[in-house]
Design a protein around this ligand. Sequence first.
Ligand code: ZN
Length: 292
Amino acid sequence: MKYVIGFIALCLTGFYESNAQVIAHSKNVSKAKNVHAKNKTATKPKNYIKVFYESPTDSLHSVWYEAFKEDRFLEQMAGTINKVFKINKPLTLSLRNCGVVNAFYNSETKELILCYEMLHHLFNFYKDSIQDENELGTKIGNTLTFIYFHEVGHALIDILDVPLTGKEEDAADYFSFYFLASNEVTEGVQATMEGANFFLENYNKMVSDTAYQRLKAEGKEPQLPFWDEHSLDMQRFYSIASLIYGSNPEKYNHFVELGLLGNRRPGNAIAEYKKIKKGWDKLLNPYIKFKN
Ligand SMILES: [Zn+2]
């Protein structure tokens, strides 16, 4: 297991650095020189992002604590966010004991919390179906990346006061896609696709579960959570896959044949991608740093 975790950290480290550079570079590069000249005498901006590793209360989680602390996982995340966005309010990135499987943003305390239980859940979720440790580490790392940037989306919506016109949970998924995949960094697209696959597999595991099957045979299967703030797992899967397709229909043409768009019309997926990209570009533009 230690080797798997080491590989997750390795896969994340390289990716964050390259993706942050691509995003920062893609914004107003032509203006960057002027800004550089102006900023030469400016004082170094304050770092508002803090990190916190809570000691694990469950000995099963010690391995995560040690590996993530040693690899400076939260510092890497803070560095990536700082590199791309002008953060001017306090934000804490934490790894904590939660007692439940979760990752969430607390707007009261301005804290993005990744729970040890979530890490352990991802490990258990995939460990039986993937024997190869490199492959398992990559799978967990990619899924975690999508989940983490979904939470970063919540954090930015709050601290940058980004306006919403729909469900925040959908917006956070779209942000994660926007940040990771809309610039077509290969690792980012892979992480986004793994995020989508996680929702698909979650759904498949639920319906193939023996207890669920028994209840279904009796006509008593639990109702899907239509009331939830989150869209249903399968909706999240198709929405993310459609955005990836829409970002480059030629490259991802095979998505249509593989059924990854469901019955969505490809043209609609392309149009939606353009609107989502334009929306985030416009809303985040005042907060994107120039390349330095
Ligand atoms: Zn969320």
